[in-house]
Design a protein around this ligand. Structure first.
Ligand SMILES: [Mn+2]
Length: 369
């Protein structure tokens, strides 16, 4: 099977009849990197799979209804002719049942430890491709964990370098190339070095995809970013849900939302924002909710909000982040409970969620209250 758009409906139709199902799954935020990496890697593995009773399928790690929150993904699918109905979303497959029937194998992409709600498939992880800090949950399995800008870079590198044996059976098609290319562009701001994320590998893989598949790098990136920034159809709750991850850190349940709209712009859009944030914190039964804001006006900026019912914990987090060089300054927001929510400008603009997570993990592992 040489075409992604033949493979997707076929795999969705046929997987349940197989005796062993290899699920390629991205992280729960389901950004373009997670989506593209799982789809293209599953397609590649299935194309070189010779065992008829087994199948490799991508699983998108969000409810099918939540795809609409990701305008850039909807756009990317429209450009590649992918019909969302042909994808398998997490609510459309019973992984727990497959695990119980011993029919499940899992390949993690764009994360290297199952989220705490998916721990039931921990024992079935057979392979990892990721660019986050290695949480060292697995040894003795095939692992590619490298600090590239994008997991799609590592997937692309593996496929393009698969060698003659695989190469004869599998040629990356245009749609797959567009998926990987889009992920690398978004994650590295189109190979900008200012983003602090671009590596030589990202550059190499994207350059190859761009020239081989005639991708208009400037135009395509511009269109993706335009869709990603268009938040007009989203409520505050939608924005908090759109790119959300949860971790158990030490003894605390923490949530991390990433938002691409300035605090000022967001407050203009929704004057009840502090209330909506508090609601979201309660809805997810969290100990702490972090909201990481990133946007550009004259330059790239970050803001950080944290929320907890425990105000002394908020103080401790603040002091710890300052100690680590965060350079936090209080933002001017009125009409909210300072004991429960803190709004800051974040001077250290290199602190993405990916970088902040290990810092906070250290904090919570030594904070035993
Ligand atoms: Mn990623």
């Amino acid at each position: 099977m040489n075409k992604l758009n033949d493979y997707l409906p076929d795999s969705k139709l046929n997987f349940s009849g197989k005796s062993l199902i290899h699920v390629v799954i991205g992280n729960e935020a389901a950004d373009i990197d997670s989506i593209a990496s799982s789809i293209v890697y599953a397609f590649f593995r299935e194309s070189i799979n010779s065992k008829k009773e087994e199948i490799f399928i991508p699983v998108i790690n969000i409810h099918e209804d939540d795809l609409r929150l990701r305008n850039e993904a909807v756009y990317l699918f429209s450009q590649t002719g992918i019909t969302p109905e042909n994808l398998i979303f997490i609510n459309q497959i019973n992984l727990e049942e497959l695990a119980e029937k011993r029919k499940l194998r899992v390949i993690l992409v764009d994360h290297n430890k199952p989220t705490h709600t998916q721990e039931f498939f921990s024992d079935y992880v057979e392979e990892i491709i990721d660019h986050h800090d290695d949480e060292k949950s697995y040894s003795g399995i095939t692992k590619i964990i490298e600090k590239t800008g994008s997991t799609a870079t590592l997937v692309g590198e593996k496929i393009l370098g698969a060698g003659a044996g695989a190469g004869e059976k599998f040629l990356l098609d245009r749609d797959s190339a567009f998926l990987l290319g889009a992920a690398i562009m978004i994650d590295t701001s189109n190979l900008s070095y200012k983003s602090g994320k671009t590596t030589a590998k990202d550059e190499k893989v994207l350059s190859h995809l761009v020239s081989e598949y005639k991708i208009d790098r400037v135009e395509f990136f511009k269109n993706l970013v335009m869709r990603k920034r268009d938040l007009s159809n989203l409520s505050s709750r939608d924005m908090l849900r759109k790119d959300y991850k949860e971790w158990i850190m030490g003894r605390k349940k923490t949530g991390f939302s990433s938002v691409n709209l300035s605090l000022q712009g967001w407050l203009q859009k929704d004057y009840k924002l502090p209330e909506e944030i508090t609601k979201y914190y309660i809805e997810n039964s969290l100990d702490v909710l972090f909201i990481m804001i990133a946007y550009s006006d004259t330059e790239f900026k970050r803001e950080l909000i944290f929320v907890s019912g425990d105000s002394s914990l908020l103080d401790s987090i603040y002091f710890y982040l300052q100690k680590c060089g965060g350079r936090l300054f209080p933002a001017d927001v009125k009409g909210f409970d300072k004991e429960k929510i803190r709004f800051y400008f974040l001077g250290e603009t290199l602190w993405s969620r990916k970088r902040l997570q290990p810092i906070l993990k250290d904090f919570f592992s030594s904070h035993n209250k």
